[in-house]
Design a protein around this ligand. Structure first.
Ligand code: PHE
Length: 502
């Protein structure tokens, strides 16, 4: 008996008293234990091979509200019948309904069934009975009373007549059917041996109190043994949203790697978002397709004239950079237009315009906007991770190494660099990672070394390694998602199930 707890002993004893096999309900009643306590005890007892749990699925019928109402006050046709008997066997429908205390909505039902059961006939506004005394209760009424009495009834155990009656009640929408799991416990051979040796019921102490310790009584009482491996109820404490956790992690990794954070406004002039990055004013990315332009106010202020002129010249003919430029007439009006920034590279170049001296290592993790169709892999509002390294002799290898380090710290191992194109970098590449769930490569970030056409106007003289990419993409890999929209869906079940990142 060693190791059996009070509830388990009580369950065993009740089971013995019930002949060795009984339902959980009967055991609960006999032992005085709660249903859940018997179930928990059954789990342990069956794990120790003292009882066997038999499970069967039962179809049970219960009354709905209307069914309960009829069970208590009688079916409407029965009530109408009784009223008519009291009124001498024939009366106006309205009068009979009043006498029966029937709600107007129930009158057609009562009349319909009165006819169907052949208890009476309707002649115009009058109703006359075919019977002179009250007919006995029908199967439907007997079943209704039976279910009402026992609250639920097993469908399989019903006689053929009552099964038919059940169909009638179901047709009248008075009962609900559901499947219930019925559990029976049975003592095993081992269980019989145990109970025959005799079980002692000693009250157990489930909680140590200061009183028990101070008085020394703890030495004499029986302490309950707890099964610490038993499943407990799930607890969902408040926690940071998974996306916020990843944003935090991205920041921490950059800081670990010696970067400093920069931030900027969500609304920028096209100048910083596009022009300063040598994106021509007729670049497709500027079109309404991709960019959200502000309606009010429509324009913002341009920076110092010298910088604006340098950018203008570079676009038009390459200025001092040795490039031929884009060869069109640059418009300051177009550059003044306000946009929701489409990338954080706007902040990077703005920063470089005022910080030119190497070494520089800065990053941002921030929101950007693109007028995109929202799909499983695209959002119109999302976050970018962006960074630059500025130093005298840095190369593409340093850039790849930096990114590899960054993403490895995120736990992404399979990463490759593929060639790509951006108007502001040369060479340009993209970092891609293998998504195990989607079974394909997905883009992590764009990257490259800023072109002279970008650096000359802001006056930076050494190489700038730059990259920027979607944070939600990273989150998808990290959280094993195949639909990015889940990150913003406030799906409580998913939020609860998603563990904290390390
Ligand atoms: N701004 C680019 C984008 O949004 C990414 C990028 C940043 C590419 C820096 C090269 C250099 O996709």
């Amino acid at each position: 008996m060693a190791g059996l707890r009070l509830h388990e002993r009580k369950t065993l004893m009740a089971l013995q008293g019930l002949g060795g096999k009984a339902s959980v309900e009967d055991i609960a009643e006999k032992s005085g234990l709660a249903h859940a306590a018997v179930m928990r005890a059954a789990l342990t007892l069956s794990a120790r091979n003292l009882v066997k749990v038999h499970e069967r699925k039962w179809n049970v019928a219960t009354l709905n509200e209307e069914g309960e109402n009829y069970a208590q006050y009688g079916l409407p046709e029965r009530r109408l019948l009784r009223a008519l008997l009291r009124l001498g066997g024939e009366a106006d429908v309205d009068e009979a309904a009043r006498e029966a205390g029937l709600d107007a909505s129930l009158v057609p039902i009562a009349l319909g069934w009165l006819k169907r059961k052949d208890w009476g006939v309707i002649k115009g506004k009058k109703c006359a009975l075919n019977v002179s005394a009250e007919p006995p209760l029908g199967d439907d009424e007997r079943l209704l009373a039976k279910i009402f009495e026992s609250r639920t009834i097993r469908v399989d155990g019903l006689s053929r007549e009552l099964k038919e009656a059940l169909n009638v009640l179901r047709g009248r929408k008075l009962v609900d059917l559901e499947e219930k799991v019925h559990r029976e416990l049975e003592l095993t051979e081992e269980g019989w041996k145990t109970v025959k040796k005799g079980l002692e019921i000693v009250e157990e102490v489930t909680q140590l109190t200061p009183e028990l310790i101070i008085s020394g009584r703890w030495k004499r009482v029986k302490l309950t043994r707890f099964d610490v491996t038993a499943p407990g109820p799930a607890v969902y404490p408040g926690k940071m949203h998974p996306l916020q956790q990843i944003i935090k992690r991205a920041r921490e990794i950059f800081l670990e790697m010696g970067f400093t954070e920069i931030r900027g406004p969500l609304v920028e002039t096209a100048f910083w978002n596009f022009d300063a990055l040598f994106q021509p004013q007729d670049h497709p990315a500027r079109e309404m397709m991709d960019t959200f332009y502000l309606a009010n106010p429509q324009t913002g202020r341009l920076p110092a004239k010298r910088l604006v002129e340098a950018v203008a010249k570079t676009h038009e003919d390459g200025w001092v950079t040795g490039s031929k430029g884009w060869r069109y007439k640059w418009s300051s009006e177009e550059a003044k237009r306000l946009v929701l920034r489409t990338h954080t590279t706007a902040e990077t170049i703005k920063y470089l315009a005022t910080h030119k001296k190497p070494p520089i290592k800065v990053f941002s993790v921030d929101r950007v906007y693109r007028n995109e169709q929202v799909t499983y892999k695209h959002l119109a509002e999302f976050h970018q991770i962006e960074g630059i390294v500025v130093d005298k002799r840095v190369t593409l290898r340093d850039l790849m190494g930096t990114l590899k380090t960054f993403y490895t710290k995120f736990g992404i191992e399979k990463i490759e660099f593929w060639p790509s194109y951006f108007p502001y970098t040369e060479p340009s590449a993209q970092a891609v990672a293998y998504h195990p769930k989607l079974k394909r490569w997905i883009e992590l970030c764009g990257m490259g070394i800023f072109r002279p056409e970008v650096l000359a106007p802001v006056g930076v003289k050494c190489p700038v390694l730059a990259w920027g990419g979607g944070l939600e993409r990273l989150a998808m890999i990290e959280l094993g998602l195949d639909d990015v929209r889940l990150l913003y869906a406030n799906n409580l079940g998913w939020l609860r199930r998603t563990p904290l990142c390390q």
